[in-house]
Design a protein around this ligand. Structure first.
Ligand SMILES: C[S@@+](CC[C@H](N)C(=O)[O-])C[C@H]1O[C@@H](n2cnc3c(N)ncnc32)[C@H](O)[C@@H]1O
Length: 282
């Protein structure tokens, strides 16, 4: 007899826990009842362990007074957060061939001494590559809402002997970055998952040094041959709409990647936050 627990996430929050029971041979009725009793005890234990885990994760990923997450933003449906169970996919061998991350890294123009941020770092596919290029003297602030992802990242850094990565456990409304201190914030396949894009973009804006930039990578919604579900893609038009509305201006773009847009944004000095908000989709 075995049981399996699975969790589903929305906007970084665990929303559903399912338990599957698999019962094998039960020929002896006495053994049958003993097994049922053992299973009941295990289930109670598992539920309380799971409840403790979810409570810990909720308090870690939300602010005490955070507004509810959006389902849509400026006409776009927000995607659910990718859970840590999918971390293996992020470091798959075929990623270089499919997405050409080595070209992305070249386009970032990283230099020793820079302070950079990998926001929504997952298990650190990009973090580790960036860490080597900003050494000596520089560091990577590796930010994620999921403690499991940060744990996997730390294991990978230890294995690679990398010591200039600072893991930061953030929340869905606050990247927890120090103000006015980051040269480049990299966002790879994460912006479309932000349940609170306005608050996150505000935190990112405030973290940038005056000449700091955001490097945004999103799968191209305009291209039906990119083999990613539409919910996890964005068009340039939509990206520009959302970034302009939140105080960023496009400073550069690179169109040579196989699947993704790569767009660079800087703070727009002429922008002022809107005084009034008239609804959820504003
Ligand atoms: C699809 S994965 C991409 C990971 C990594 N950027 C990469 O390309 O390998 C998205 C990651 O962003 C994280 N994430 C989602 N919303 C976030 C938020 N508001 N702040 C920080 N991390 C977030 C998720 O926990 C997940 O680890």
């Amino acid at each position: 007899m075995r049981y399996r627990a699975t969790r589903e996430y929305r906007a970084g929050q665990p929303i559903k826990v399912s338990f599957d029971l698999q019962v094998n041979s039960m020929r002896n009725p006495f053994h049958h009842w003993i097994r049922i009793a053992i299973f009941a005890l295990a289930l109670v234990g598992a539920f309380s362990a799971e409840a403790r885990h979810l409570a810990a994760q909720n308090s870690a990923t939300t602010d005490p007074i955070s507004p509810p997450g959006r389902r849509t933003y400026m006409g776009r449906t927000i995607a659910p957060t990718m859970g840590a169970a999918g971390a293996g996919w992020l470091i798959r061998e075929t990623r270089e061939e499919e997405e050409r991350p080595s070209e992305v890294i070249r386009q970032l123009n990283l230099k020793p001494g820079m302070v950079v941020c990998d926001l929504g770092c997952g298990n650190g596919f990009y973090t580790l590559k960036m860490a080597e290029l900003v050494a000596p003297g520089g560091k990577v602030l590796a930010v994620d809402i999921q403690p499991e992802m940060l744990h996997l990242l730390q294991l990978r850094c230890q294995e690679a002997g990398i010591d200039n990565v600072e893991p930061i456990q953030s929340t869905v409304t606050d990247p927890k970055l120090p103000p006015n201190s980051v040269d480049l914030v990299l966002l790879v396949d994460v912006y479309h998952e932000f349940s609170h894009p306005v608050q996150m973009l505000r935190g990112i804006r405030e973290s940038l040094r005056p000449d700091g930039v955001v490097a945004l990578l999103e799968y191209r919604a305009e291209d039906p041959t990119v083999p990613i579900r539409p919910l996890h893609k964005m068009s340039k038009r939509q990206i520009l709409k959302e970034y302009h509305a939140n105080g960023f201006r496009l400073v550069r773009q690179y169109d040579g990647l196989p699947w993704q847009h790569l767009m660079f944004f800087a703070r727009d000095p002429d922008w002022h936050p809107p005084q009034f908000s008239s609804g959820d989709d504003e």
